[in-house]
Design a protein around this ligand. Structure first.
Ligand code: AMP
Ligand code: ZN
Length: 495
């Protein structure tokens, strides 16, 4: 199809704080298609005590864009996303309660006897639904933390003597036993001073639990026997163990949101160094997406109607509009959420889908036309420049808008770009993007029938009847769009 991409892939490594050319740990055998170069990527996954908000999902759109780019650049990708169903406390800095145990206790207080495993299952499935809605590719492995507890205990045993100490509460990691603890973090000094330190006897504020003993007199729904008492693993331990088990040591890229750069990832690195008796952080590159911010405060999971992918759908926005909204910003920039911004992203997506529609059913043929090969080269340069999706999107639009060009070649170019951006341009129809809001009082058939009656009324020059039908639709939450350049007769009035 398209020529082998020519630009070296440059990515920002939070560890060295610089752009680096991606050099795989497993380069394969050049010229042997059976031994391609590999890219092994681990992404910190959700803690399944509640629904993910759309900010969490930005982290997976980013990881997916990275994975798609690595595939596009010819690497055989092995991507792992974990599911944290035990061990993540309400405060990343080693304080508070286990998020899942807390969720179960809250339900029990309300009289709902929900087993913690069912809570984890419910929210894992909800997360997977969001993954699908946002066209995030399935990773090679979803690693479930509770499946790896024996491996976590085995890992902890290897570091316990040299790097850990035991307290009443369990086994703690002494962060001064490894070189340059916390060098990944940006705010390590403040963090050290301001960290809540509720554990008696901790040697240093930054020390963290490797194993947390169930306090005497308490029972947890999730607990295991260990040399340090019955209890549960620390959250940071999970990712060190699962990444090594599934990707080897070291592997290529570890991803997460920027909050993980401060505590979770420095702690993983410390464990990896201790376990490998080296200064190797465990991953060659550590990459972090910036936050999605929402000034209305609706992203907080404690606010009643918080910003979930399902809420966007309920309000009539196709989820891929949110994916496009994420791609409009560079992953290292903060992105501010607004409904207007999402609406604009949906319009942009509609335009793209419409521009691609004429070549949807064409058999792709090699893109040899100079105009297309130039665009594809620029696209490669943009994505190779630390995943510059805002520029890549404009190049996709340029290709989609191209007229008087061989349809098969155009289809091939659009398919190649869309394989990286994941907007499903060639399989989505314009009408698929029109999502009926949950609160809409009227079904699609009824809307079409009312519009047909309105058309007849207008043809008969009965404008009073035509206006009355229009008002009827407006009252039912439907905006009538006469002469819409995008060819929609109506759309849900979401706001
Ligand atoms: P959690 O389930 O809390 O462990 O978070 C899942 C992922 O979402 C992690 O990679 C976080 O760093 C990331 N994350 C959390 N909040 C945001 C946000 N507002 N914007 C982008 N990423 C976020
Ligand atoms: Zn992690």
């Amino acid at each position: 199809m398209t020529e082998a991409p020519a630009f070296p892939l440059k990515l920002f490594n939070s560890l060295t704080r610089s752009l680096e050319i991606f050099e795989p740990v497993h380069p394969g055998v050049p010229g042997d298609p059976a031994r391609p170069p590999e890219a092994r990527v681990y992404s910190c996954g959700p803690t399944v005590y509640n629904y993910p908000h759309i900010g969490n999902m930005r982290a997976y759109v980013f990881a997916d864009t990275l994975g798609r780019t690595l595939s596009y650049k010819g690497y055989k990708l092995t991507h792992v996303i974990n599911i944290t169903d035990v061990g993540h406390l309400t405060d990343d800095a080693d304080a508070g309660e286990d998020k899942l145990e807390k969720a179960a206790a809250e339900r029990a207080r309300k009289g709902e006897k929900t087993a913690i495993w069912d809570i984890a299952k419910h929210y894992t499935e909800a997360y997977w639904a969001d993954v699908k809605a946002l066209n995030i590719r399935q990773p090679a492995h979803w690693s479930i933390a509770t499946d790896y507890v024996p491996a976590m205990i085995a890992f902890a045993k290897t570091i316990a003597d040299k790097h850990c100490y035991e307290l009443e509460g369990g086994l703690y990691f002494d962060t001064t036993t490894v070189a340059h603890y916390g060098s990944l973090a940006r705010s390590v000094v403040d963090e050290g001073e301001s960290r809540i330190d509720p554990v008696d006897g901790k040697r240093h504020p930054a020390d963290f639990a490797i194993w947390r003993k169930t306090p005497a007199g308490e029972t947890r729904q999730m607990e295991w026997d260990s040399p340090w008492g019955r209890g549960a693993p620390g959250w940071h331990l999970e990712c060190s163990v699962m990444s090594e088990a599934l990707l080897g040591f070291p592997f290529d890229i570890h991803t997460g949101g920027i909050d993980h750069r401060e505590i979770h990832h420095p702690n993983e690195i410390a464990q990896n160094q201790a376990h490998s008796c080296s200064t190797d952080s465990g991953a060659r590159m550590w990459m972090h997406n910036n936050f999605l911010v929402d000034r209305s405060g609706k992203m907080s999971k404690s606010s009643g109607e918080f910003l979930r992918v399902q809420l966007l759908i309920d309000k009539g926005y196709h989820p891929l509009a949110y994916r496009l909204m994420c791609l409009q910003a560079h992953y290292r920039s903060e992105l501010e959420f607004s409904w207007d911004g999402l609406g604009a992203a949906l319009t942009r997506l509609k335009r793209l889908v419409m521009a691609a529609a004429p070549v949807r059913d064409e058999e792709p043929t090699e893109a040899t036309d100079r105009r297309l090969t130039d665009l594809l080269a620029k696209f490669d340069a943009a994505m190779s420049d630390d995943l510059n999706t805002p520029v890549a999107l404009t190049l996709l639009e340029e290709a989609a808008a191209m007229k008087k060009i061989d349809a098969g070649q155009k289809a091939a170019a659009l398919a190649a770009m869309d394989a990286v951006l994941g907007l499903d341009l060639l399989t989505t129809a314009r009408a698929d993007l029109r999502v009926r809001p949950k609160t809409a009082a009227i079904g699609e058939d009824e809307i079409e029938a009312t519009l047909a009656r309105r058309k007849d009324a207008r043809a008969a020059k009965d404008f009073a009847a035509s206006d009355a039908l229009r008002d009827e639709l407006i009252a039912a939450g439907v905006e009538v769009m006469d002469g819409d350049p995008l060819g929609w007769d109506w759309q849900p009035d979401a706001n």
